[in-house]
Design a protein. Structure first.
Length: 73
């Protein structure tokens, strides 16, 4: 049976710029597509997008969260 590992990519704002975090670690990316392509190069596949939640603090309330997975070998 195939086993998977999962990652959450979240986005926050720092001094007016988007900051992408993958499992809490900062990615060197300035746009969504760049962040997703960086993770895709490491074998991560996007499996879900959680829409913005207006219950979150202001910088996060208009930004989706991303769930990714890749096979464990």
């Amino acid at each position: 049976m195939q086993k998977w590992e999962y990652m959450w990519m979240s986005v926050t704002s720092l001094k007016g710029k988007l900051v992408f975090l993958a499992n809490g670690e900062r990615l060197e990316a300035s746009m969504f597509v760049e962040a997703l392509n960086t993770l895709g190069e490491d074998g991560w596949e996007l499996v879900a997008v959680i829409p913005p939640a207006f219950k979150l603090p202001a910088p996060l309330q208009s930004v989706p969260q991303f769930c990714l997975k890749r096979p464990i070998s």
